[in-house]
Design a binder for this molecule. Structure first.
Ligand SMILES: CCCCCCCCCCCCC[C@H](O)CC(=O)SCCNC(=O)CCNC(=O)[C@H](O)C(C)(C)COP(=O)(O)OP(=O)(O)OC[C@H]1O[C@@H](n2cnc3c(N)ncnc32)[C@H](O)[C@@H]1OP(=O)(O)O
Ligand SMILES: NC(=O)c1ccc[n+]([C@@H]2O[C@H](COP(=O)([O-])OP(=O)(O)OC[C@H]3O[C@@H](n4cnc5c(N)ncnc54)[C@H](O)[C@@H]3O)[C@@H](O)[C@H]2O)c1
Length: 313
């Protein structure tokens, strides 16, 4: 059942991509990690020219490898009985992705720059102020931030009307949603172009104002926090909490599995940032167990242990 649904999702995403037109032809994705590589993949799948940028050429090499493998997974489903067409699909999409370690050079012919670098305001500020001076006038800037304010990120650029949030979900090629975030000064034309682009890359777009966590994370953070607190109090085992939410609420992953999947350091970073900004909101209070796991290096799937143990990749 899950497999059929997943197949349907990917097939639907691709066919809608092919049918949609977008004003955006050249996309520069900055940050070649988990999210940036997924955003580059779906853009290339939709026929766009992509430059994927990272400070590290090792990261770029790793990203190209994982994009190739993930495109292979998509092709296997889309071209089940036509392996040669599947191979062509992968080769063509890969050929549309160039890589670079120079964000300025890579933004000179961009219609859209999507930033997916570390979740750190001053690093994002430094990048966007640099790009504002070199990117063409028409270029739209967008951030994939999970938890920072779009208005605060764009405070360093002159093109505030051509700036917004494009919040993708992990894993990008599989998750169907894109949150399109309008900053205080995002123009109607920029908003419309971002929505059209989101559809063109196969996503269902929803719109949100620049409010903490937008829609999904504003609801997910308290939900996951409450699951950790339930476990911390010893009210139920981790496995039972996850089973409860999967079988009782129909979620594909339980909250503690999801926290491990996202990374407990990321969870803690978001929670600490919001607690600092909104100290009167009890939902954002620190969680001693989360702090302990992070201090012990138990960061979830990527570290081999979080709430559960994993085989290290
Ligand atoms: C803790 C304190 C408080 C703070 C809490 C904060 C939490 C919220 C904030 C988090 C931080 C930022 C988060 C971000 O801003 C927003 C997010 O992204 S939230 C995360 C959203 N994602 C989810 O909820 C994922 C839910 N899970 C799933 O949908 C599925 O489990 C899965 C990940 C798709 C995996 O599916 P499984 O069936 O388990 O495993 P498979 O490996 O078999 O995969 C299924 C199917 O999909 C194909 N596939 C998987 N990955 C890719 C890929 N990258 N590319 C292409 N295809 C892929 C795979 O091939 C399988 O296909 P099949 O074999 O079935 O044909
Ligand atoms: N991980 C998730 O589930 C998720 C989901 C949605 C949004 N996000 C957001 O996406 C962004 C990226 O997250 P990620 O999980 O892909 O992180 P990641 O650590 O996997 O990747 C970030 C990459 O950015 C690179 N980088 C850092 N500074 C750079 C710079 N100045 N120029 C170019 N490259 C630079 C790093 O080398 C790294 O490869 C963050 O803002 C995060 O909040 C993450």
């Amino acid at each position: 059942m899950t497999k059929l649904v997943q197949f349907g999702v990917i097939a639907r995403n691709f066919s809608s991509s092919s049918a949609m037109q977008s004003a955006i032809k050249n996309v520069t994705v900055i940050g070649g990690g988990l999210m940036g590589s997924g955003i580059a993949q779906v853009s290339a799948q939709a026929g766009q020219n992509v430059i994927l940028v990272d400070v590290s050429s090792d990261v770029l090499a790793k990203s190209q490898k994982s994009i190739g493998a993930n495109l292979g997974r998509v092709a296997k489903k889309m071209y089940k009985d036509k392996p040669q067409e599947g191979e062509k699909f992968v080769t063509d999409a890969m050929a549309r992705i160039k890589t670079s370690t120079d964000p300025s050079e890579a933004s000179k012919s961009a219609d859209l720059v999507v930033e997916a670098i570390v979740e750190n305001m001053s690093v994002k500020h430094k990048l966007f102020s640099q790009l504002d001076g070199v990117a063409p006038n028409h270029t739209i800037f967008a951030s994939n931030t999970s938890s920072l304010s779009i208005n605060e990120i764009c405070s360093v650029v002159k093109r505030k009307d051509r700036f917004g949030g494009l919040h993708f979900f992990n894993p990008v090629p599989v998750m169907r949603l894109l949150e399109v975030v309008r900053g205080a000064e995002t123009s109607d034309a920029t908003y419309k172009t971002m929505m059209e682009w989101g559809k063109a890359v196969g996503k269902t777009c929803i719109t949100c104002k620049d409010t903490p966590g937008f829609v999904v994370n504003r609801l997910l953070v308290p939900y996951i926090c409450e699951a950790i607190r339930l476990y911390e109090r010893g009210d139920a085992s981790a496995r039972d909490i996850d089973t409860a939410m999967k079988l009782g609420a129909g979620y594909p992953m339980g909250p503690l599995e999801l926290a491990d999947y996202v990374g407990l350091d990321t969870n803690k970073f978001i929670l600490d940032g919001w607690h600092k900004k909104y100290p009167d909101q009890p939902l954002f209070n620190p969680i001693p167990l989360l702090d302990k796991l992070v201090a012990e290096g138990k960061l979830g799937v990527k570290a081999g242990e979080g709430f559960y143990k994993y085989d290290k990749k």
